[in-house]
Design a protein around this ligand. Structure first.
Ligand code: MTE
Length: 297
């Protein structure tokens, strides 16, 4: 692995110098009255857990994005030619008000805020990322789900011409797709992301729109979303279709439930690979456990 190990990155998040640095940057930009496509995003402290903030260079150069590559460290450069604008996302299916949103309208009309979330991959690495975006429930609510809507299906963009991984891994069931139960999608933690570290979302992190579901393994946090459908049946998911024995639908972080090929009891923090104990629901139990009462998912 070619990861640089920086000195002194491991500061507690409450001292987060990165925060003051980019808040400052924003204030300076505002004072200069420069036009910016980014509305100011205040951090919502409500869901913040004590975990050192991952440095921006690490979160933007160690990625999973199979449409580009299976090699985490080459995704950033392979994604340079991807065009995240113009972009629209369609909300359709069992709803009274199906709608199409441009990314600019989402960025300016939705209540954009910043959330510092843990990000735990099923491969047992983890980060803490300051995402900017808005609750998924805001979008779904506006579409007015009908009684038959029990699940939500998400579909990624399918652009083999800009995404070499689609061309070279033809046996995967492209485009990438994911799903949530409606109550999970409406949970306040479910977050649609338009930016990170106070900047527009980089291509390699899922520009211009991706999910962040911090209590679930990262593969549920689908990138480059073009379509959201309200459906009556539990939808198929990309990884369950590709490897049904290894990846289920709910995929809640659970240290007691090993992956068929490795333990999930411990995770390693990117970039220095410090080992920390994995927590049930990735530490978000108090916000989400009630949704799974009586079931082992
Ligand atoms: N979304 C799409 N469209 N394609 C992918 O390959 N990988 C998932 C998820 N979303 C993936 C995706 C996985 S396995 C993880 S861990 C996260 O994105 C990684 O997000 P990050 O690169 O921003 O850390």
């Amino acid at each position: 692995m070619l990861i640089r190990i920086p000195r002194g990155w491991q500061i507690p998040e409450r001292q987060a110098t990165a925060e003051s640095a980019y808040l400052n940057r924003r204030q300076i930009l505002a004072a200069m009255a420069l036009p910016s496509i980014l509305p100011a995003a205040n951090r919502n402290p409500q869901f913040t857990l004590d975990r050192p903030l991952t440095e921006e260079w690490a979160a933007t150069s160690y990625n999973n994005y199979y449409e580009f590559s299976t090699n985490k460290q080459e995704i950033r450069s392979l994604a340079k030619g991807f065009k995240p604008r113009p972009w629209t996302v369609e909300i359709a299916g069992a709803c009274a008000k199906p709608q199409v949103w441009s990314i600019e309208d989402l960025e300016t009309k939705m209540p954009i805020e910043e959330r510092l979330y843990r990000h735990r991959c099923v491969e047992a690495w983890a980060m803490a990322v300051p995402w900017m975006g808005f609750p998924l429930s805001e979008l779904i609510r506006r579409a007015e789900p009908q009684a038959g809507a029990k699940y939500v299906r998400f579909i990624s963009v399918n652009r083999p011409e800009e995404m070499p991984g689609i061309r070279y891994s033809g046996n995967y069931p492209w485009p990438y797709y994911e799903g949530l139960r409606l109550d999970e999608a409406m949970n306040p933690l479910a977050f649609l992301v338009t930016g990170i570290y106070g900047k527009p979302l980089p291509n390699q992190n899922g520009a211009p729109l991706r999910l962040a579901l911090p209590w679930k393994y990262g593969f549920k946090s689908i990138k480059a979303i073009v379509r959201i459908e309200l459906v009556s049946q539990q939808p198929e998911t990309f990884w369950n279709k590709a490897v049904p024995t290894e990846y289920g639908f709910f995929a809640n972080v659970n240290p007691k439930k090993p992956h068929p090929r490795w333990s999930q009891a411990v995770e390693q923090l990117i970039p220095n690979m410090e080992r920390v104990a994995t927590q049930p629901y990735n530490g978000y139990e108090k916000w989400v456990a009630a949704m799974y009462k009586g079931s082992e998912i």
